[in-house]
Design a protein around this ligand. Structure first.
Ligand code: HEM
Length: 491
């Protein structure tokens, strides 16, 4: 892994230097002009060397999972919560604090729009929801959240998720005494998205293909043979081919059944793969295209599986470190079990009783956010806090700026799940983002985490085999050894 990230870094640096010469010339030619034009004040901060900016410092910190300690914190201390820098070839303003988060996130589509590197756009697809703005975003978001936040839809998902988790434990945990928790939960969360949400059977090699694509998402978009980006593109083409077939079959199946209930496109909630049905229904109505269906299926898989599996892994890591929390959590699940007959399935009302477990999970995401923040682009000159952010600059909101700040969380570096019993100021706790682009899969992520924790802690005793395991980011965070644990079945 370390080797792969080094190659990634080297190819970035390579592409920077190729472009640097050109940019230097443009930089010096246009310098005079832009200086005289910019009367209003830019935020403080350093732009680093031309083109490369502070990208290398950023990558170094990211690789050690010390983005906050080594990159953001020192700059906040030096310049304040709003500072400028230059990352991946773009002038960027980093915004920290609840008020700044509110400003950035709630001005989506008005002052800022989401902004992804060219590799991400090419690999996720130009038609996925992350790339859509305004009305088109609203339309897609509507189709996706009909199933993802509909309470009847969620209720129907509970037994399916329980079933997937139980099958997973039977297949990968039963009879073992050691396993890699993170590696296995990735298989689980991947399977849950495909089978519970999309109704597509997971076949051998599919997860690997998606991982190959993810590896290219933040790599430079250079297509020389063997580059991360080329490999990712090839994997994406394979996925495309598989999904075109699935989507066309689904369409035929739905149109075939149309005669009997042709006004019923939007009522497939209780079937397998309701989200795919919803998207294909939108396609039959002519609201969205086939490309849009496919790009969004791909996006949903990415959005869902690495994030959820990291959240699960960190929940277990912290439970191992804090035995008192672990026993409180065990009590909660013992209580739920006590009221169930043996073999009786979990229902939404049981999930609602997992209050402390959800506090533990949220506290884990506060300390280890699966997504630390995300980039936007200013679509107009923005005035904020006495500074100007020029049109075209990138804006980066971060969860770090609030999650580790004692203004919002008392004793911020300590693990204290019950802090969630008290009021959390708005836009201070942001593992799921906020505003019009707040995570569309929040409910599913919550169900997935709670159901998994329930079945593991009620069936197994477990302990970390590598308590000091480090966390790496590439591009998302993960435990560097895949989180080896020792398990034994409870009697
Ligand atoms: C613990 C798990 C998860 C975390 C921490 C997480 C986090 C996030 C964050 C921070 C955003 C906002 C990104 C931005 O503002 O640029 C986001 C967006 C999104 N998430 Fe999640 N997510 C999780 C699970 C899921 C799941 C399970 C799904 C779907 C099944 C999902 C689907 C989405 C979608 C579709 C968006 C884009 C929304 C839009 O652009 O309107 N996420 N997520």
């Amino acid at each position: 892994m370390a080797c792969a990230s080094t190659i990634n870094l080297v190819s970035w640096v390579f592409s920077f230097f190729v472009a640097a010469a050109m940019v230097c010339i443009i930089f010096f030619l246009t310098r005079k002009k832009s200086c005289s034009k910019n009367k209003k004040e830019l935020p403080p901060g350093e732009m680093g060397i031309p083109w490369i900016g502070e990208t290398i410092q950023f990558f170094k910190a990211q690789r050690k999972n010390r983005l906050f300690e080594d990159f953001f914190q020192p700059r906040i201390t030096k310049h304040g919560k709003i500072f400028k820098t230059s990352l991946f070839g773009s002038s960027t303003v980093v915004m920290n604090g609840a008020e700044a988060n509110r400003f950035v996130l709630s001005n989506e589509f008005k002052l800022v729009i989401s902004s992804w590197p060219s590799s991400s756009v090419q690999l996720m697809g130009k038609d996925c929801i992350m790339q859509k703005q305004g009305e088109q975003h609203r339309c897609l978001r509507g189709l996706i959240s009909t199933t993802l936040s509909h309470s009847a839809g969620m209720e129907a998902l509970v037994p399916k998720i329980c079933n997937s988790v139980q099958l997973h434990l039977d297949r990968y945990w039963r009879g073992q005494d050691r396993l890699h928790l993170y590696r296995l939960t990735k298989i689980l969360t991947f399977t849950i998205v495909f089978e519970c949400l999309l109704g597509i059977k997971v076949e051998a090699g599919m997860l690997e293909r998606f991982e190959r694509v993810l590896e290219g998402v933040f790599a430079p978009a250079i297509s020389f043979p063997g580059s991360r980006f080329s490999r990712a593109k090839k994997a994406r083409m394979g996925i495309q081919k598989m999904l075109v077939k699935v989507v066309r079959e689904k369409r035929m199946e739905m149109e075939g059944g149309q005669d009997s209930d042709h006004h019923d496109h939007h009522h497939h909630h209780h079937q397998e793969g309701m989200l795919l049905s919803q998207l294909v229904a939108g396609m039959i109505c002519g609201d969205i295209t086939e490309e849009e269906v496919i790009d969004n299926v791909v996006l949903l898989v990415f959005a869902a599986h690495d994030t959820t599996s990291f959240a699960i892994a960190m929940t277990f890591k912290l439970l191992a470190q804090y035995p008192n929390s672990h026993s409180l959590l065990l009590q909660e699940h013992a209580e739920i079990m006590r009221e169930k007959k043996s073999g009786e399935v979990l229902r939404m009302e049981d999930i609602k009783k997992m209050k402390y477990t959800w506090q533990v999970a949220r506290e884990s995401m506060r300390l280890f956010p699966p997504i630390f923040g995300s980039f936007r682009k200013a679509v107009a000159d923005i005035e904020y806090d006495g500074f100007t952010i020029p049109k075209g600059w990138k804006v980066l909101w971060t969860a770090y700026g609030t999650h580790y700040n004692e203004e919002y969380f008392k004793d911020p570096l300590s693990f204290n799940p019950s802090r969630f019993e008290e009021h959390i100021p708005p836009y201070a706790f942001l593992p799921f983002g906020g505003g019009p682009r707040v995570c569309a899969g929040y409910q599913l992520a919550k169900l997935n985490i709670l159901v998994f924790v329930h079945f593991v802690v009620t069936r197994y005793d477990w302990s970390l085999l590598c308590p000091d395991e480090s966390i790496t980011m590439d591009p998302l965070p993960f435990p560097s050894q895949g989180m080896p644990i020792k398990i034994s079945p409870k009697l």
